[in-house]
Design a protein around this ligand. Structure first.
Ligand code: ADP
Ligand code: MG
Length: 249
């Protein structure tokens, strides 16, 4: 049994096309793993299979050694798996603080936790988790703003804060640095490093080679639904095939 998140032989088809075509992947605790590859490679679809937003046609997903392949996303969330989306998904009618608190809300996760016999976190605990997440991403000053007044970069930070408020053990981030300025990207990198040092298992889809090189312990390169290369970051980034698949950058 291994901690973190593991995928074995995942396949996900759309019509005749396998967007994910036999993927094995390990996202170990205490590490930052990057998933890279050109547009259309299947990265977001793989995330959907891992998070439970989509059911793979074949293959298995293991969370802390437990087979969660048939569990929907909210049940996987209750077991400590949280993801963010490439398309930012915040509630525009709510304030920044309310959005973050939803991530930690005992009501939202109560059913799943109840089903699994886990104690629901108290209101005070969820508020504390939300406050911590707001602080980590420098959002305290805009806590009472409507979320739809935030510029893109700050919205991205809000989404990350909300994901963290759920106190996940495994965190999947789909292009978390998209739309961030340099200072925000540095803050993001520092937070992700601290989370990994604290034992969290992190998987991120990222286009920025510099950021991947600076952050990731290991890299998976995906193209046409398959894993083309994998290994320690420096070795993978030095691989010529990888640079070709990545679009020459
Ligand atoms: P990436 O995130 O690497 O850019 P995606 O996972 O979004 O790649 O897409 C992989 C392939 O699957 C693409 O060819 C895309 O057009 C296709 N695809 C993704 N989602 C759907 C869907 N809901 N229906 C049909 N085809 C899809
Ligand atoms: Mg994508």
């Amino acid at each position: 049994m291994s901690a973190g998140l593991t995928a074995r032989g995942l396949v996900r088809r759309f019509g005749g096309i396998a967007a994910v075509d036999g993927v094995d992947l390990a996202v170990p605790p205490g590490r930052i793993t990057a998933l890279v590859g050109p547009n259309g490679a299947g990265k977001s679809t793989l995330f959907d299979c891992l998070s439970g937003a989509a059911r793979p046609d074949t293959g298995r997903v293991l969370l802390a050694g437990r087979d969660v392949t048939r569990l929907p996303d909210h049940a996987r969330a209750g077991l400590g798996l949280t993801r963010t989306f490439q398309q930012i998904a915040v509630f525009p009618g709510l304030t920044v603080g309310q959005n973050v608190r939803i991530g930690a809300d005992p009501g939202r996760r109560g059913t799943v936790r109840g089903l699994l016999g886990l104690p629901a976190p108290g209101r005070a605990a969820s508020r504390a988790a939300a406050d911590r997440a707001l602080r980590l991403f420098g959002l305290e000053a805009v806590r009472d703003w409507p979320a739809d007044r935030l510029p893109t970069g700050a919205l991205r930070m809000l989404e990350l804060a909300r994901a963290l408020a759920a106190a996940p053990r495994v965190l999947l981030l789909d292009e978390p640095a998209a739309g961030l300025d340099l200072a925000q990207t540095e803050r993001l990198a520092a937070v992700l490093r601290a989370l990994a040092a604290d034992g969290m298992a992190l998987l991120l889809v990222e286009h920025d080679v510099q950021l991947v090189g600076a952050l990731a312990d290991a890299v998976y390169v995906m193209a046409d639904g398959r894993i083309l290369a994998r290994g320690p970051t420096a070795a993978v980034l030095a691989d010529r095939r990888v640079r070709a698949a990545w679009g020459g950058s």
